[in-house]
Write a protein that binds this ligand. Structure first.
Ligand SMILES: [Zn+2]
Length: 200
């Protein structure tokens, strides 16, 4: 159960579904559609509900402050799936994020890292900033170094404009992972095929 203060806060931050429904209805009319036809009559409500879900990142905490005492070298969480919305066209971009960090006596729960990715992807974004924000929040928790790589497919490139489906890669590194050799080692751990890792 939420206490009253939390409830007040979450209400304040939640999307106003009624306003969004009205705006979507207006948009449907502007597109030349009849918002009252069977297939569209509930679309504004469905979209308002969906926006609450896909833009939930604005109201999320990563929970990274909950960590465990543990000495460890590099930790890598590979292939964390993300779905985000490009802020220039409000079309989806999605893909995978790899997180590598070198802890300083405390490690994060794996689910917290996935939640951190959701916090920054479930909002209007660009991939470059998403990569940096994930790196910065981990760095702020006092780790020795962090390296983030992201690979994303962008529907605004595939469906429109250049209609080119190339995969966009972004990278951000902080702390001791700014050292070239350490960074190269970590990148090769992320990108070495699993079969090869097993055999060596
Ligand atoms: Zn775009």
């Amino acid at each position: 159960m939420m206490n009253m203060q939390e409830e007040k806060k979450s209400k304040k931050n939640a999307l106003n579904r009624k306003t969004i429904e009205k705006l979507i209805r207006k948009l449907l009319i502007e597109l030349g559609e009849n918002p009252n036809r069977e297939g569209l009559v509930d679309t504004p409500r469905r979209m308002a509900e969906m926006y609450e879900e896909i833009f939930a990142g604005y109201r999320m905490n990563s929970g990274l402050d909950i960590s465990f005492s543990e000495e460890s070298d590099t930790i890598i969480a590979k292939d964390i799936q993300f779905y985000s919305m490009c802020e220039h066209h409000m079309l989806p971009f999605y893909g995978k994020i790899n997180i590598a960090y070198i802890p300083s006596g405390r490690v994060f729960g794996i689910s917290k890292l996935a939640r951190l990715v959701e916090k920054y992807s479930r909002r209007l974004q660009i991939q470059e900033r998403l990569t940096k924000q994930v790196a910065d929040e981990i760095m702020e928790m006092g780790v020795k170094g962090v390296l983030i790589t992201a690979e994303g497919e962008h529907l605004c490139m595939k469906m429109r404009g250049v209609r080119n489906g190339s995969l966009i890669m972004t990278i951000a590194y902080r702390g001791i992972l700014e050292q070239k050799r350490l960074r190269e080692d970590t990148l090769s751990l992320i990108y070495t095929p699993k079969a090869e890792l097993l055999s060596t």
